[in-house]
Ligand binder design. Structure first.
Ligand code: TYM
Length: 347
């Protein structure tokens, strides 16, 4: 006869986890697709926001750059309005339980599932044999990040949807294999109005930190002149702006610029089309520059100030890591118990 089923504490009902890679400048896509949502959601959810330095090293990072980028990205989150007293802000490597749970989840996830991940294919490119093993199992670490806190909601941009579906599959398989109802299936929270901000130079490519051309993105560190120049040079088409969204079909660059304007102003695409229908791109770009500089300028100034205050930034990360460790420890203990690891505290 098998032993009676143990019971574990109920999972939280409204806990957020999300992360950003500290591999370069935070850009407008990160801000509109994710970080701004984090700022808003922290008032309604218990929120955990992570600088995922362990994900970053799946592709080589210069150690000094990595340290600087973690601090700068932290400064960016704080400058954007994340309150480190309300939310937990930390860098992943300060909480070793992420790596420990990732190992267990490596043993739950199937090769076939990971083989389908489009981000691995994009990042590894043609040289798959030369990609790190870490890059291949990256989505398992991401599942561990989320499940380590039994998180229920994950605010991300559209490009992370497939990884989140995998996290749900892993949670479900773990629960099924071990006959428990332990991990909640995390829900993606995607802001439809800015789910995928595109490159300023190519409306079919995502705005990305890894694009070799800096002209493709607006960085949170860019000053007003740089923003103005990048918007002026942004690719468009020869027609005037449409007064209805239907007029944006097949006009990917126009749609992207109007989407950015709308997201910065909290307006729908319909409202932006109604406002600028018939305008030239030259006029619209002036308005967009004004709005972008007005919105991002104060964030950039505060980010620069905080980036120089490494003592403060490091203290935020340390405090966040200690709080994250406290949340993670009992959950990892329960996971050890579920999978049958003998532990000194007794099972
Ligand atoms: P990362 O660092 O690529 O991006 C951080 C967040 O920004 C969003 N994002 C965008 N949104 C709209 N338009 C864009 N062009 C754009 N570019 C980036 C991303 O969707 C993301 O929400 N694997 C993750 C980091 C991660 C994570 C996690 C996220 C690690 N563990 C656990 C959530 C939960 C990544 O590389 O994000």
């Amino acid at each position: 006869m098998s032993a009676p089923q143990k019971t574990y504490p109920a999972a939280p009902t409204d806990r957020i986890f999300s992360g950003v890679q500290p591999t370069g400048n935070l850009h407008l896509g990160n801000y509109l697709g994710a970080i701004r949502n984090w700022v808003r959601l922290q008032h309604d959810f218990e929120s955990i926001y992570c600088l995922v330095d362990m994900h970053a090293i799946t592709q080589f990072q210069d150690p000094d750059d990595l340290r600087a980028n973690v601090r700068e990205a932290t400064a960016g989150l704080l400058a954007a309005g994340i309150d480190p007293k309300k939310s937990i802000v930390f860098n992943q490597s300060q909480v070793p339980a992420h790596a420990e749970l990732a190992w267990i989840l490596n043993c739950v996830a199937r090769m076939g599932w990971l083989n389908r991940m489009t981000q691995f294919k994009d990042k590894a490119g043609k040289n798959r044999e030369g990609a790190s093993v870490g890059l291949f199992v990256y989505p398992n670490l991401m599942a561990a990040d989320i499940l380590l806190y039994r998180s229920t909601h994950v605010p991300v941009g559209d490009d992370q949807k497939q990884h989140l579906e995998l996290a749900r599959d892993i949670a479900q398989k773990f629960n099924g294999d071990y006959g428990v109802d332990f991990f909640p299936l995390p829900e993606p929270v995607i802001n439809a109005e800015a789910a995928r901000i595109m490159s300023l130079r190519d409306g079919t490519a995502k705005m990305s930190k890894s694009d070799l051309s800096d002209a493709t993105r607006i960085n949170l560190t860019d000053d007003a002149d740089t923003i103005a120049k990048k918007i002026r040079k942004a690719r468009t088409d020869p027609d005037a702006l449409p007064s209805e969204v239907a007029g944006l079909a097949d006009r990917v660059e126009a749609r992207n610029l109007l989407t950015i304007y709308g997201a910065l102003q909290d307006k729908t695409l319909e409202e932006v089309c109604a406002e600028f229908g018939g305008s030239t791109f030259a006029d619209f770009k002036k308005a967009l520059t004004e709005v972008a500089v007005g919105h991002l300028g104060p964030i950039t100034a505060e980010m620069t100030r905080l980036t120089d205050d490494t003592t403060y930034v490091d203290s935020v990360l340390k405090d966040g890591a200690l709080r994250a460790r406290d949340l993670a420890a009992p959950i990892l203990r329960d996971v050890h118990d579920i999978v049958g690891f003998l532990q000194p505290w007794g099972n």
